[in-house]
Design a protein around this ligand. Structure first.
Ligand code: NAG
Ligand code: NAG
Ligand code: NAG
Ligand code: NAG
Ligand code: NAG
Ligand code: NAG
Ligand code: NAG
Ligand code: NAG
Length: 431
């Protein structure tokens, strides 16, 4: 029975992910090319990557952008980014292009490059914040000078077949489309200029394309039942189990063990779920008009410090969230009228960095929620979250039949109290 349910929940998890993200239906990464000037053999464009996703940032080691040129274009120069390969420029005498490949692959520069290689919003190692967390940092841009291209808006051919790794797979990009030219305001805001031509490419994320297994799981507990419902076994796939590390292992003190790998391959602590991240939701206290939840996020990956982490949660009582301790909170309102989804993220310099696995590899918060007496109940797992995402990937919840049950003769809950006890309890202190 449980097996069937957990198999079903895997199906549900991934069938959602294929179509679009129900918690962020308009989320996308838009790549905009603004042609700023024509040159004798092409144009100079500013390429801007906007991360319009509310809670999915582009983490270390950052984005990699690729495309296929429509004709014989070359890249003369690039500022604020670089191609990973120059390709075959042997036909060129004198000036040698930055890249002659038909399908260039571009990456951001690292922080601290010389000023003459920098560009606005560049040089962050390809790390881009989520829109919901920090719109001012949800942007990355570079300048490219293209040769052997058209030199007017009639002759330019748009690049094709855009690909985006951010940082791994998962994104699918649509075709470039000419859009109304971007307008720019001069710094004194007294004059407007505009790009000579603009085109946009929109890329969307699917967890199904990104990975075979979830990358996080959820465990649950409550004050009214001592059962702790653990993450489902092998929630994140158990194929890494043979390489996992026991907490007291000597390997952990070896030099270089914690160094992140280029492909972000994790080094996991051995657990029955084998997830790099676990989110625990504990229903902690019941007051007359309020209830209290404790949330803890634990990192089981010895090779990852999560900067800019986000936690997106759907729960029907979030519309009456009264206080959040030690995390930031922002309602997401994916469907305008329904206020049941929000994102949590760390406070700057306090807990915005979720450290690698170990004694400091966790962050915690408590929520105070006001009860709406018409809907509030501890029954049937109502107090537990409907969906949980860590860093934009949906976490696997335990099967519903394993949630901590409200005992039938529950002395801990007010709702099943006879009315006179209820009155006694809450009016007595007043007397
Ligand atoms: C991309 O996201 C932005 C912001 O949510 C939205 O306005 C825009 O319509 C989206 N673009 C596409 C093509 O979905
Ligand atoms: C093109 O992308 C920019 C953001 O990069 C966005 O502001 C603009 O609305 C987009 N244009 C269209 C027509 O989608
Ligand atoms: C190209 O430029 C002409 C004017 O030079 C303008 O009327 C036209 O709208 C532009 N087309 C595009 C696709 O930007
Ligand atoms: C688009 O790019 C992908 C990956 O680089 C490649 O496999 C595919 O063949 C390309 N398609 C076209 C039409 O160029
Ligand atoms: C995480 O950060 C700490 C402190 O800055 C550092 O010592 C450690 O090496 C980092 N771990 C990883 C996996 O980058
Ligand atoms: C959504 O709920 C939060 C409290 O959790 C509240 O602060 C916010 O005003 C609500 N927004 C809307 C549009 O109802
Ligand atoms: C809960 O939130 C909704 C919408 O924000 C509001 O209409 C309602 O009055 C709130 N309930 C309580 C008990 O505050
Ligand atoms: C606590 O929850 C578990 C798991 O759902 C259930 O099996 C158990 O009966 C519950 N305990 C009590 C005292 O109701």
């Amino acid at each position: 029975m449980r097996l069937v349910i957990s198999a079903l929940s895997v199906l549900v998890l991934f069938s959602y992910a294929v179509a679009y993200d129900p918690l962020d239906p308009n989320g996308n990464v838009t790549i905009k090319w603004d042609v700023m000037s024509w040159t004798p053999d092409g144009y100079v464009a500013v390429v801007t990557i906007h991360n319009f996703q509310m809670f999915r940032h582009i983490m270390n080691p950052g984005w990699t952008l690729g495309w296929t040129w429509a004709k014989k274009e070359v890249i003369w120069t690039m500022v604020g980014a670089q191609t990973t390969e120059q390709g075959d420029c042997s036909k060129f005498k004198g000036n040698i292009p930055h890249c002659c490949k038909k399908t260039p692959t571009v990456v951001d520069l690292l922080p601290g490059v010389p000023y003459n290689q920098q560009f606005t919003n560049c040089c962050k190692g390809g790390v881009v914040a989520a829109w919901g967390q920090d719109p001012s940092q949800a942007i990355s841009s570079f300048q490219v000078s293209v040769g052997q291209a058209g030199t007017s808006n009639k002759t330019v051919k748009l690049p094709k077949n855009f690909t985006l790794l951010a940082p791994g797979p998962g994104y699918t990009c649509g075709p470039a489309k000419v859009v109304p030219s971007t307008t720019f305001l001069t710094p004194d805001k007294r004059r407007k200029t505009q790009a000579l031509m603009t085109w946009n490419v929109t890329c969307t994320y699917s967890q199904f394309l990104a990975r075979k297994n979830p990358s996080c799981c959820v465990s649950l507990s409550s004050f009214y039942n001592e059962t702790i419902t653990p993450c489902p076994s092998c929630a994140c796939g158990c194929q890494n189990k043979k390489n996992c590390v026991k907490t007291e292992s000597k390997i952990l003190s070896m030099v270089g063990v914690h160094t992140p790998k280029k492909d972000n391959e994790p080094l996991l602590q051995c657990t029955h779920h084998m997830c790099p991240i676990r989110v625990h939701w504990h229903v902690k206290l019941n007051y007359k008009d309020y209830w209290r939840v404790k949330i803890a996020i634990t990192n089981f990956n010895y090779r990852m410090n999560h900067s800019l982490w986000t936690l997106a949660i759907q729960h029907p009582n979030l519309n009456n969230l009264t206080q959040v301790f030690s995390f930031n909170y922002k309602p997401l309102l994916p469907y305008e009228s329904i206020n049941d989804t929000g994102m949590f993220y760390g406070m700057k310099y306090f807990n915005d960095l979720l450290m690698e696995a170990g004694p400091t590899g966790n962050v915690q918060s408590e929520l105070l929620l006001q009860k709406d007496m018409d809907t509030f109940t501890f029954k049937q797992g109502w107090a537990f979250p409907r969906k949980v995402y860590f860093n934009g990937d949906e976490c696997m919840l335990p099967p519903p039949d394993s949630y901590p049950f409200l005992p039938n003769s529950a002395p801990a809950t007010l709702l099943t109290f006879p009315a006179f006890i209820f009155l006694l309890l809450f009016l007595l202190p007043v007397w």
